[in-house]
Each structure stands twice: as structure tokens, then as C-alpha cells.
Design a protein around this ligand. Structure first.
Ligand SMILES: [Zn+2]
Length: 71
């Protein structure tokens, strides 16, 4: 199996997991809430959330609550 030849499905899955392609779409924009142009996120989930809500990590924490120790 050639690792460079990922199927489109896998590619889409990876994009949705990493948020790379989706974040690319909103990359020019800054946070809708505070206007801070931040692309530093705690994890892939936060990056994905930014792709959806365009809120920076800080605002995500305020809105959703800073994550406690999960699990
Ligand atoms: Zn913000």
C-alpha cells in the first residue's frame, strides 16, 4: 500500500480530524468573538471547533468551559 495514495475518504476523514482543510477556509478570519487572530489550539478538537464556530481557544474555553481533566 502506498501511503501517499490515500483514498479520498481517508483524506476527508483526516481533514475533518485535523481541521486542516476546514481551518484553511477560515484562516484569514480572526475570532468572531474577540477578534483575536489566533490559530493556536489545544488539540484537534479545538481546531475543529474553530473551523465550525471561528472562535479562538480562549473564547472556546469561555463558552464551553475550560476542560477539566477528562477521563
Ligand atoms: Zn476569541
Amino acid at each position: 500500500m502506498d501511503a501517499s495514495k490515500k483514498s479520498p475518504v481517508i483524506e476527508a476523514l483526516l481533514s475533518s480530524l485535523t481541521g486542516v482543510s476546514r481551518v484553511g477556509a477560515v484562516q484569514a478570519a480572526s475570532c468572531v468573538t474577540c477578534g483575536w487572530e489566533s490559530r493556536i489550539f489545544r488539540d484537534a478538537i479545538s481546531r475543529k471547533e474553530y473551523a465550525i464556530s471561528a472562535m479562538c481557544q480562549d473564547c472556546q474555553d469561555k463558552v464551553f468551559g475550560a476542560p477539566e481533566e477528562e477521563c
